[in-house]
Design a protein around this ligand. Sequence first.
Ligand SMILES: Nc1ccn([C@@H]2O[C@H](COP(=O)(O)OP(=O)(O)OP(=O)(O)O)[C@@H](O)[C@H]2O)c(=O)n1
Ligand SMILES: C[C@](O)(CO)[C@H](O)COP(=O)(O)O
Length: 249
Amino acid sequence: MSKFTVILPAAGRSQRFGDKNYKKPFAPLADRAVWLHTVERFASRKDVCQTILVIAEEDREAFNAKFGANLAFMEIDVAIGGNERTDSVAAALEKVSDQAEYIAIHDAARPCVEDKSIDAVFAAAEKSGAAILATQVASTLKRAEGSGKTPAIAETVSRDGLWAAQTPQVFARQLIEQAYANRGSEPATDDAQLVERLGHQVTLVPDSPLNIKITTRRDLRLAELILKTAAPKKPDGIAHPFAGDDLWR
Ligand SMILES: Nc1ccn([C@@H]2O[C@H](COP(=O)(O)OP(=O)(O)OP(=O)(O)O)[C@@H](O)[C@H]2O)c(=O)n1
Ligand SMILES: C[C@](O)(CO)[C@H](O)COP(=O)(O)O
């Protein structure tokens, strides 16, 4: 069985979330913090040899005070993130266990990912060396004129062949380490871009649109509704939403 290190970036500023009390990975969702729901998607997997949560330096003290026991119990490593998401992932890559053959990078702000989607993207990465979950764009896409609250349409953009990238984004260890070593200063909003820039093909693995990224407070409400339909607890005692359930396809 291949061994995967899971990196969970949770060091963002949560500006679009706009809550003065919580950054989104630490906001209460159903009965516990968002990041704990996300960690649980991976905690009981036999193919996961390490989990690294990436937090911001400014959150370290409060996080340890509130969640220190969870970290110890769940044997979660912590890295301190940086300005950009890629800086946070780079910090975690410095801490990857020698056992890891693959690296899975999953937004801590995506707590609704399904077990079988993780299975699928892990398997795809084992085949091609690089794979991400994504959903095919189903709506008609419009480019706005300017950036006001209710802008006019500048143009309709063809959605042919367009997919919305999600996470986990999963890579052979050497590949993602090389991609990050070569990343330079050009921004990248996801990790796949850095691997694409090496000329390595990345596989798109279709996933449910319910694998949402919590960005605004409205998304938190949606995540709550999604998790409410979670499958009953599996024998390992952890709720695994939609495990084996095709309702969401
Ligand atoms: N410097 C950063 C930026 C983002 N992230 C993490 O990457 C995930 C996706 O990022 P995003 O949704 O953009 O989070 P924020 O950057 O916090 O959002 P915003 O742009 O609204 O501030 C989140 O789990 C976030 O915590 C991170 O670890 N380090
Ligand atoms: C990685 C990601 O979730 C894939 O869609 C997305 O790029 C994160 O972007 P953000 O601006 O950091 O939310």
